[in-house]
Design a protein around this ligand. Structure first.
Ligand code: HEC
Length: 145
């Protein structure tokens, strides 16, 4: 009898859980557009909290609000990122500036042009802002992409 009650309780929890998960990750406006833009980044990056970084780039699910080059399981940060460590905390304005021109951004931060690793530019300002909004929206949410 006790087992049956417990089973019913579990079923109730499982029925509610997916609904909660979706509610926690509703993307709208710029963040929703940014999710589409993020497909341009997935050649190198993963955005899912649960996935490890790939050799091509750090997992950036929780980059927003964090220092540059601090994704613990990514071991291939460039000389430019190593030199910039402690000098940049990612916010939307900085991510926009970075993705528009990583080389220029890092040269400005470091005061010199060191070898960097992100061979990609997202020149479109609107798209850069949208993808930055997406990063803000998913930060800390395990069930978000
Ligand atoms: C060609 C591969 C590639 C693409 C495409 C790419 N990135 Fe990157 N990205 C990297 C690499 C590699 C690094 C680490 C750079 C270094 O060590 O110099 C990086 C670093 C970053 C960081 C800093 C992460 C940290 O740990 O501090 C952010 C934020 C970022 N990329 C955002 C993006 C966004 C947003 C896009 C899509 C619009 C994108 N990247 C597209 C390869 C890529």
């Amino acid at each position: 009898m006790r087992k049956i009650v417990l089973g019913t309780a579990m079923a109730a929890v499982l029925a509610v859980a997916p609904g909660l998960a979706q509610a926690a990750c509703t993307l709208s406006g710029d963040a929703a557009e940014g999710q589409k833009v993020s497909k341009q980044c997935t050649a190198c990056h993963v955005f899912e909290a649960s996935k490890p970084s790939r050799p091509t780039g750090p997992n950036i699910h929780d980059s927003m609000g964090r220092g540059i080059g601090e994704q613990a399981d990514y071991t291939r940060y460039s000389a430019a990122f190593a030199a910039a460590k402690g000098k940049v905390t990612w916010d939307e304005a900085k991510v926009v500036e970075y993705v528009k021109d990583p080389k220029a951004f890092l040269a400005k931060v470091n005061g010199k042009d060191l070898k960097h690793g992100m061979n990609f530019k997202l020149a479109d300002e609107t798209k850069a802002k949208q993808v930055a909004a997406f990063l803000t929206a998913i930060k800390g949410k395990a069930d978000c992409p």
